[in-house]
Ligand binder design. Sequence first.
Ligand code: GDP
Length: 478
Amino acid sequence: GILTVSELAKLLGKTPAEIITSLIKKGIMATINQEVDIDTANEIAFECGCEIEVEAEEEEEIEGLEIEEDKEEDLVYRSPIVTVMGHVDHGKTTLLDSIRNTNVTEKEAGGITQHIGASVVNISGKKITFLDTPGHEAFTSMRARGAQVTDIAILIVAADDGIMPQTVEAINHAKAAQVPIIVAINKIDKPAANPDRVKQELSEHGLLVEDWGGDIISVPVSAKQNENIDTLLEMILLVAEMEELKANPNRKATGIVIEGELDKGRGPVATVVVQNGTLKVGDPVVVGSTYGKVRAMLDDKGKNVKKAGPATPVEILGLSDVPQAGDQFIVVGSDKIARSVSEKRKDKIRAAQMKASQKVSLDDLFQQMQEGAVKELNVIIKADVQGSAQAVKQAFEKLSDEEVAVKVIHGGVGAITESDVMLASASNAIIIGFNVRPVSGAKSLAERESVDVRTYRIIYDAIEDVKDAMTGMLEPEF
Ligand code: GDP
């Protein structure tokens, strides 16, 4: 169990110099990046009057939770997990419905399809898993919790409407997560459809489609009239092959919760996607900070199954509590281990909450730079008019120097929203607003997520603040 002087300083709300002084008093000569053991850390915490127990941090150190690396020869192809994103009303829901319908066998067609939060589509023997909650908000809030389930993002753009603000958000959220994008140009059945204009606008946002000389695959479709959906599915499989998605089905399962709820009759129910290994009925499992034993599993067609391999979504019963979307699950060796890991995780989550302040902020940017903790300042810019968003983006990117690259990961027009805050949280970014304010939910979310949100009326002031922060000259705000 080890953490560095600077980590300990942050944890205790002290400067690294203060910690170093305490260490010297104990006869330990330390530098800022030096590691101290847990016992020493606890002694120092005690001396500072901090009521915290510094615990062994690494997950792997919790007994029973060791996750072995897979050997190359054990890995086999797994099917892709896909999310649909795009502007409201551009056809996300219709596309998902149409994809599901192309795939319903006659036997199933009569029955009731029970939604479990994800669905599997079969195309000539190959499978694709679609997450049912479309949109970049769900995608990014999971990412902010450290979970990335999506392998490929389908960006849907209505051909009669073109790129809209949420299209731009979706592009930037997918880019920030480094997920490959396939563009579905939708509503081509409409007389006003203009796919070429969509391609032109995409290029303005850094997505160059194939017939424009780029490498982004775009497929014209009509979700409503089921046109060209099969081509879109083939393209997903093509991209999946290039991504070389692999997993080892012959091990204990790990994966991510995509939905959790309390069902009156069945108790806590979680929809999970297996990322590696095979999940089986009877497996003892740790899920986020809760645990249980898989009592029953239902697949996306509502059928009882005994096993679920990589990339398979299943609903599981038998947990002691309701987990959250984005929680990780891990199958462990025994019920006893599951329970004790769950206890330890609860403690860990408490510790993590104390550490939330480790996110980047202008106030401690310089310090974090000095410690080598920050090499890149990610910024999200929201402004009242497009012109100033653009101007600020350019001015900011010019501030980059040898020590820190300033990177505007998203810029847009309008108030600061919850989605902006989640993107900032997931990408360790700060948010800068010009003549705009956070919507009320965004403000409290920013506090919870420790995201630094600053609003300005004058561009010059913002530039000065960032410059000052980069050189350690920023006066703290009171
Ligand atoms: P979402 O908000 O992105 O989920 O969009 P929806 O799937 O709810 O679609 C919004 C509207 O566009 C609905 O009225 C759909 O019927 C319509 N729509 C979706 N796809 C198409 C399409 O390919 N062609 C036409 N003409 N309308 C579509």
